[in-house]
Design a protein around this ligand. Structure first.
Ligand code: PMP
Length: 328
């Protein structure tokens, strides 16, 4: 279990994590009607920074749009979101790499099964950046549970309730002695892991399922594709058959909490040479350098948080003023 930090952002305030509570009568609790994202706060060469924060914010907005949660986007600009992250980082005096889980909860009480025009609360909390999958030598199992298709609950939207699908599949893998699952879609094509995207290498080409294959549009997935371009590794996005996993030279998973995890076994078959492959190694090293702020080309993706002009008071006032303008 990861260690959770003491201070949370909740209802436009910094509060002890024990006080960041939702009602049992809220839609968030009743139906899992919340959307979320997880992003890192990193100790970089130039100070404390988040990684691709704007993309995380935008994915949150998109998730809310897909589900029909319409009170987040008008109230929360990217700037307000960023200030809340600054306030949270300052309140917790962060001195190691951590993750932030930011959630938009529908907290209207007993509104029935609907989503529009309902009150929302944003929460953010910080926890230890522990990888959720074994990094060197993960063993995966094809899940007996299929990925929820786009026409049921879209994987493109990061909806809390839909993670029951991930829980079922991951627990099935753990019960069978594996580290994580591989989700297949209804046609038997590869989607992703329980909480990470997947890449395979065949004949030296990096392949990942395209984003119409019932998967989360992972921010690190996009990064890996950019890294491949930089490193002159050919890369394609296309459907992947299950049996391609069995004959791939390399397989790895990626994601904020997955990092770049090398996979060495799938469904009792050894992948490639059964060790971390050379392309996985190259991508992982690049990923680590970028997150440390050691790659000038990628500094644009880091948002530095050590801005002492700002912090808690500014963030709270800023959100308060915004709420007054929109009249909530
Ligand atoms: N797929 C799923 C289902 C996930 O939950 C995650 C983690 N957010 C990912 C992929 C990876 O996404 P990201 O790179 O944005 O962390």
């Amino acid at each position: 279990m990861a260690r959770v930090y003491e201070k949370a952002y909740f209802k436009d305030d910094i509060v002890p994590i024990t006080e960041a509570c939702l009602s049992v009568a809220s839609s968030a609790v009743l139906y899992g009607l919340s959307v979320y994202t997880v992003f890192p706060i990193l100790i970089t060469r130039n100070g404390l920074a988040t990684f691709r924060l704007r993309d995380h914010y935008q994915r949150l907005v998109n998730s809310a749009r897909i589900v029909g949660i319409d009170t987040f986007e008008p109230l929360w600009t990217y700037e307000a979101f960023q200030e809340a992250v600054r306030a949270l980082a300052k309140a917790n005096a962060i001195s190691e790499n951590v993750f932030v889980r930011a959630t938009v909860h529908v907290d209207e009480l007993v509104p029935g099964t609907r989503s529009r025009g309902l009150a929302t609360t944003v929460s953010m909390f910080v926890y230890e950046a522990v990888p959720i999958v074994r990094q060197n030598g993960a063993r995966l199992k094809t899940s007996v549970w299929r990925r929820i298709p786009d026409y049921a609950i879209p994987s493109r939207a990061k909806v809390n309730g839909s993670y029951v699908n991930s829980v079922l599949a991951k627990q099935d893998a753990l019960d069978c002695g594996y580290d994580d699952c591989i989700f297949l879609d209804e046609g038997g094509h590869v989607c992703e892991l329980s909480a990470g995207n997947i890449f395979i290498v065949r004949n030296g080409t990096l392949i990942t399922p395209d984003t119409t294959r019932d998967l989360l549009e992972g921010i690190n997935r996009l990064m890996v594709l950019e890294f491949a371009h930089d490193l002159n590794i050919p890369a394609v996005e296309r459907g992947i058959d299950l049996t391609e996993l069995y004959v791939a030279e390399e397989v790895f998973a990626c994601g904020t909490s997955t990092f770049i995890a090398s996979v060495i076994e799938i469904d009792a078959r050894i992948v490639g040479a059964g060790s971390v492959g050379p392309i996985t190694k190259q991508i992982r090293e690049k990923h680590e350098r970028v997150l440390r702020g050691d790659e000038p080309r990628y500094l644009k993706h880091l948002t530095f948080l050590d801005d002492h002009e700002r912090g808690t008071d500014f963030a709270l006032k800023y959100r308060g003023a915004l709420a007054e303008v929109v009249g909530t």
